[in-house]
Design a protein around this ligand. Structure first.
Ligand code: LMR
Length: 329
């Protein structure tokens, strides 16, 4: 009987040691949640990050990628991040207004001439300063990822601002974007990305603004007969994590993860540049949507009515930031 008890005790002790060893060795889990399709700059960047981490930190870190708003939409993901339910995300720069007003700079219409100017600002001192603009709210920007310039799509041709009058446009959750559409007497509606296709298809809204890769991958062009190549604003991303998660990582792991992320972002940026051309061509070739190019005079009309929006937000953003962006053009 005594021997039996001893054996049971030994077995229990062994099981305890084993389970604590297993617990110690459990990999750090990174859930990366995003809202777009996998075949987009962000989708490909996220998958590349997973691939690099699998290669370099196997057994130590595990990355799970959730595309297409499967885990969280952009309206919930940052709250979830602060609760520790998700560790990485890359919402559009237009979706941070609850946490900082400074990032609103990226929504100012006609601020950047092209993606080279966007890159110049982001990598310059002011752009880098913005990565830390939400640190006191518990969020850190780990880097910028490009998607590209936005185009206007609608169920009727938009050549001059008067064509947009009275029309309903879906926008991301940004007050600058609301002001931009109000400036042309249109009606902006803040809606999650996951709802846009249905809203367009059912004609609950008349149009929306987005990049070529989003218009293509989410099939907006199949339900929007006209796309105006307006290049009126930028849609880029902030790869974001929580201070608590990031600073709680062992130093060597954090360094490796940042390296993998930088490489994945460089790859994603390359994909973004390629898709801005290729997805536009696929849309044009489909014949489902007519792509309208603006004359200089038509484009100037949009600039003239939308640019006054800058003044409205200058106080919240900071004139020094706007000047730095303009100097990149
Ligand atoms: C949108 O909501 O239109 C975009 O932010 C989607 C995305 O992440 O590209």
């Amino acid at each position: 009987m005594k021997r039996k008890l001893l054996l049971v005790a030994l077995f229990a002790a062994f099981a305890m040691v084993l389970s604590s060893t297993v617990a110690m060795a459990a990999p750090i889990l990174i859930k990366f949640s995003h809202v777009v399709a996998e075949n987009t700059p962000k989708g490909k960047m996220a998958n590349k990050f997973k691939e690099l981490v699998d290669q370099r930190l196997a057994g130590k870190v595990e990355v799970e990628v959730y595309p297409n708003s499967q885990l969280f939409g952009d309206n919930k993901v940052l709250e979830a991040m602060l609760l520790g339910d998700v560790q990485l995300a890359a919402p559009s720069l237009s979706k941070f207004k609850k946490y900082t007003k400074k990032l609103q700079i990226y929504d100012l219409p006609f601020l950047f001439k092209d993606m080279k100017a966007v890159e110049c600002f982001q990598q310059g001192p002011k752009g880098q300063e913005l990565l830390m603009s939400m640190k006191n709210k518990g969020l850190i920007g780990l880097g910028y990822l490009h998607n590209g310039l936005k185009q206007l799509s609608a169920n009727s041709p938009l050549r001059v601002p008067a064509d947009a009058k009275g029309k309903k446009f879906r926008i991301m959750s940004s007050d600058v974007l609301a002001a931009q559409f109000e400036a042309v007497d249109a009606m902006p509606l803040k809606k999650p990305f996951s709802e846009v296709f249905t809203l367009l298809q059912t004609k609950a809204i008349d149009g929306q603004e987005n990049t070529w890769s989003n218009i293509y991958s989410k099939k907006f062009y199949e339900v929007q007969p006209y796309i105006t190549e307006s290049n009126h604003g930028v849609l880029d991303y902030l790869v974001v994590t929580s201070v608590e998660f990031w600073m709680g990582l062992p130093d060597d792991i954090r360094t490796e993860l940042k390296k993998a992320l930088d490489e994945a972002i460089a790859y994603g940026n390359q994909v973004a540049a390629e898709k801005a051309v290729a997805d536009k061509k696929k849309i044009a070739d489909s014949g489902r949507s007519e792509i309208l190019t603006l004359t200089d005079a038509q484009r100037q009309q949009w600039v003239d009515v939308m640019k006054p929006v800058w003044k409205k937000f200058e106080g919240e953003i900071g004139k020094d930031f706007i000047d730095a962006a303009v100097s990149c053009n």
